[in-house]
Design a protein around this ligand. Structure first.
Ligand SMILES: [Zn+2]
Length: 269
């Protein structure tokens, strides 16, 4: 049994270990078109977290993976059943308490591995910046592959489309609803545009009312998803996030952490 995943480890395996880094995946519970389960973001957090932390463990990283937080910020999905909301202020409070538990356990470098766009965890870093004696980092999983997205996938999506469905086909194929011929049972994921051009261009932002955005709750067509695309995606995520974790694990917390020391600071030493 491994000791890099907290949920499956015993006290006997954990108590004498010294971990440099903790990874806390942030999930959500919300509808994901007609073919993926409500817990998709939580299952994805488990899959990506395990792949990346195991990759790091095999290359000398001292990293522990926490259970994925199964709830997230869902205020813009309140018209849909069982979109289980934590308000942003509650989310910050939950993460603060968990990070303080990590500090008590001797961990001072924490990666928030965010699986749900609505969580927007950068604000958590700003809120906790002077409140906890822990260095916080955030990774939005869908941004990790931004530079190779078009090599991996045919269409853009942002919720329960080709990318998320491919990842689920790779990691949890039994949780993807398919018909007798194996076809994915999701709708096309068509979305309504905002009526304001400024919002379409992105220089005015809104929190999109999900019930008015899409009839299926999906955004992006899932029917192009394949297990092979998901395998490739998961491999790239493991390597990229895992490499960062190895680096982070090996990096000492000195006066200039996490920045490269300034030349004049070197001279003064
Ligand atoms: Zn999702």
């Amino acid at each position: 049994m491994s000791s890099w995943e907290l949920a499956t480890s015993t006290y006997a395996q954990i108590r004498d270990q010294a971990y440099e880094v903790a990874v806390l995946p942030l999930g959500a519970t919300e509808p994901h078109n007609f073919h993926l389960p409500y817990g998709t973001d939580r299952f994805e957090g488990d899959a990506v977290g395990r792949a990346a932390v195991e990759w790091a463990e095999n290359r000398g990283g001292r990293v522990i993976l926490l259970p994925t937080l199964p709830y997230g910020i869902e205020s813009n999905m309140s018209a849909l059943p069982f979109a289980m909301n934590l308000n942003p202020t509650t989310m910050i409070a939950v993460v603060r308490d968990l990070v303080e538990s990590l500090r008590s356990s001797g961990v001072r470098k924490v990666l928030l591995l965010n699986m749900h766009g609505g969580n927007e965890p950068k604000s958590i870093l700003r809120e906790l910046y002077n409140q906890v004696d822990v260095h916080l980092f955030v990774c939005n999983w869908y941004e990790v592959v931004a530079d190779c997205y078009d090599d991996l996938f045919e269409h853009r999506e942002d919720h329960a489309g080709e990318m998320e469905t491919s990842l689920m086909l790779s990691a949890f194929p039994d949780l993807v609803s398919r018909d007798d011929q194996g076809r994915i049972e999701g709708a096309d994921g068509a979305v309504q545009p905002c009526r304001f051009e400024a919002v379409q261009r992105g220089w005015v932002r809104i929190s999109r009312p999900w019930h008015a955005l899409t009839a299926s709750t999906g955004s992006g067509d899932p029917r192009l998803a394949t297990r092979e695309k998901g395998d490739r995606l998961l491999q790239i995520l493991a390597e990229r996030i895992g490499s960062f974790l190895v680096e982070l694990s090996a990096s000492a917390i000195d006066a200039s952490f996490p920045m490269v020391p300034r030349k004049d600071a070197d001279d003064a030493n």
